[in-house]
Design a protein around this ligand. Sequence first.
Ligand SMILES: Cc1cc2nc3c(=O)[nH]c(=O)nc-3n(C[C@H](O)[C@H](O)[C@H](O)COP(=O)(O)OP(=O)(O)OC[C@H]3O[C@@H](n4cnc5c(N)ncnc54)[C@H](O)[C@@H]3O)c2cc1C
Length: 325
Amino acid sequence: MAEILVYVLHNEGTLNRNSLGAVSEAAKLASELGTTADAVVVGGSDLTDDLLGTLGSYGAGRVFRAAGPEGLAQPVVDVMAKVIDEHGHGYAIFGGGLLGFEIGAGLAARKQAGVTMEVTGVSVEDGKLVAERPILGDSQISRSKYRGDLGIIIGRINAFEVRESGSGPAEVVDVEIEYSPWSTKATMVQRGEQRGADVNIEDAKILVAGGRGLGKAEGFELAEALANALGGAVAATRAVVDAGWYPYAAQIGQTGKTVSPKLYLAAGISGAIQHKVGMQSSENIVAINKDANAPIFEFSDLGIVGDLNKILPRLTEAVKAKKGS
Ligand SMILES: Cc1cc2nc3c(=O)[nH]c(=O)nc-3n(C[C@H](O)[C@H](O)[C@H](O)COP(=O)(O)OP(=O)(O)OC[C@H]3O[C@@H](n4cnc5c(N)ncnc54)[C@H](O)[C@@H]3O)c2cc1C
């Protein structure tokens, strides 16, 4: 039975949490298939045996380690293609994110494999993996089965839960690789965290949360101004995080954080169930939405029907005036 290979992203000696979710998911699926899950990493001297061994506690049997540039897609495609050619893995799983999409697509082209992106669930049917992906604005689920020797599954960010299985350290296997000429053309200029990644929204007593109703990334300036005036922090829905308007660290909901501040002020948020589960235990929920029928009003303590572009600045001014700042 063909094994599952998972790419694990890392930065400065820390393994990416989203990748750990993918390893956990692969290990769970592998045990249902009666096979094993392995991980693959590309990088430098910070990839110590001790660090990579910890992947065993998420269910990885072996970790294939190749020396090379981390954070670039093509070198990883080279390494994964080699490992798959030599060891016969039948599936490759990625935690998601732009890099995962790029590597997964490159690997699919290289290996003539089927690929499914934005996957939110994977199941085993008749000894094979079936990937589920929401479509048509998340209103329907499409299911993909794979033909051929390799199936590629790229998750939505944080779709796969991190689970520690308590197994012992993974075996580290070094891979000798000669990179394709085109794989070494790009170089990493700088890596860093997105704006706002250090905000600890779980501890904030007041949260001003922004959704797609803010219109564009710059719309978050309205939410930030009000949060500053109130002495709170800014949170976001998945829709705006996926659109790149605000960092994932601020995402509330099923695939983000769960919060229970004293005040949760939702601006331009429809109130989807996946968002609600992350904020419904807030003490006071205030919603601003131009649609009087928006679901968020069903679980708000105070609802304001109107245009947030007019209401947020006035609210900010009123709070500043009250505080005398
Ligand atoms: C497996 C899975 C996991 C998910 N996990 C999460 C999660 O963790 N967190 C999450 O948030 N979502 C999650 N989602 C997505 C969720 O289903 C919704 O798509 C998302 O929450 C919608 O975000 P939104 O409210 O910003 O956008 P929309 O649903 O597009 O709502 C925008 C709202 O803004 C209002 N609006 C527009 N313009 C204005 C204006 N000028 N003034 C006032 N109001 C205005 C509109 O009336 C509308 O109600 C998940 C989905 C799936 C399938």
